[in-house]
Design a binder for this molecule. Structure first.
Ligand SMILES: [Zn+2]
Length: 73
């Protein structure tokens, strides 16, 4: 079993994975490798070919959470 270091295209996390796993993830996301968390988030919401859009939406959602605190009246 061959192990290689892969870097998440979304959050930059580095993970040691089997070459087979890396190739499988890249096939799913158009040549990009995403870590487990990011790939699950993207898979839940977006078709694989729209990974970049999904990332943008996640970032937008995160920043709107910060700028618009809940319960503010
Ligand atoms: Zn990630």
């Amino acid at each position: 079993m061959e192990i290689e270091a892969a870097k998440c295209e979304c959050c930059g996390l580095r993970e040691d994975c089997t070459v087979e796993y890396i190739a499988g993830v890249k096939a799913d996301f158009g040549g990009r490798w995403l870590c487990g968390l990011c790939s699950e988030a993207v898979r839940d919401e977006n078709p694989a070919f729209r990974v970049a859009d999904g990332m943008r939406q996640m970032l937008r959602r995160r920043s709107s959470d910060i700028s618009a605190p809940s319960g503010a009246s």
